[in-house]
Design a protein around this ligand. Structure first.
Ligand SMILES: C[S@@+](CC[C@H](N)C(=O)[O-])C[C@H]1O[C@@H](n2cnc3c(N)ncnc32)[C@H](O)[C@@H]1O
Length: 249
């Protein structure tokens, strides 16, 4: 297995990428009544249900080391070769991970092989690229984002989705995904926030430095607040996160 990317960018993950309770509730509803869950690309264990039997699959030792004591058992493996028998689980879960896989097509087929139901939190990258941070301050990253795959539509098709629902981002979102701070723009000036969001952590540092200087200047002058005054009235926004459910309950 090549050195996992998260061995480098995942070092501070658990401090910044805490499970959001509203997303967790939606994920857990999506799991249905199944009792045995395989969480693929499990990372530090966010969104794993406490009331079912869970086996986690994760390639990065840095991520595995941050799992809480008492978290579900973890197997160090890749989605593209799950060391599990066919049909062994009720549900396969994959949260914010499929676009990181080296071979997503095989990985998605693996989810279908091991579980009759699949629950995947994925991203519509076209919607994501229109988020103000990327659109206004990091246009190069927006362009790269548009080319990331697979997006939510392709994943939904690959796993035979029966439901696809937007997962909105609330004002006090706890999981520091790229869109988490849509109404707290100062947060993006913090390098530790950016380091725990792969779209920013993996971008060209000179592009990020330029974009963050422009954001800092707009925050100081009041230009950002003027341009985004309408955000003050919103409780939650759509930044492209999608919950995909496939298979019987
Ligand atoms: C953004 S993190 C998400 C972690 C966790 N699911 C969560 O929601 O916090 C992406 C995870 O996908 C894992 N990953 C990357 N390539 C993978 C692969 N080929 N198979 C399984 N997991 C992989 C990374 O190591 C990382 O832990």
């Amino acid at each position: 297995m090549p050195a996992p990317v998260y061995d480098t960018i995942g070092r501070g993950y658990v401090a910044h990428r805490r499970e959001d309770p509203r997303w967790a509730a939606a994920v857990h509803r999506g799991l249905g009544p199944g009792r045995v869950v395989v969480n693929v690309g499990a990372g530090t264990g966010s969104y794993e249900p406490a009331d079912r039997a869970v086996v986690a699959i994760e390639p990065s030792t840095v991520m595995i080391a941050q799992r809480a004591p008492g978290a579900a058992p973890v197997i160090r493996a890749s989605a593209s070769a799950l060391p599990l028998p066919a049909g062994c689980a009720d549900v396969a879960l994959a949260v914010c991970t499929v676009h990181h896989w080296d071979d997503p097509r095989t990985g998605l087929a693996e989810l279908c092989r091991v579980a009759r139901r699949r629950v995947i939190l994925a991203i519509d990258f076209e919607v994501h690229a229109r988020f103000w941070l990327l659109d206004e301050y990091l246009p190069d990253v927006a362009e790269t984002t548009r080319r990331i795959g697979p997006g939510a539509d392709a994943i939904a098709e690959a796993v035979g989705a029966t439901e696809v629902a937007p997962l909105l981002v609330e004002r006090d979102m706890r999981d520091g995904v790229m869109g988490a701070y849509w109404c707290r723009p100062e947060a993006y000036l913090d390098p530790t926030v950016r380091a725990n969001c792969s779209g920013l952590a993996l971008a060209d540092p000179s592009v990020i430095t330029r974009g963050m200087a422009a954001l800092e200047s707009d925050l100081a002058s009041g230009a950002w607040h003027q341009r985004h005054a309408a955000l003050a009235d919103l409780d939650a926004v759509d930044i492209g996160y999608r919950l995909i459910v496939a298979g019987p309950g």
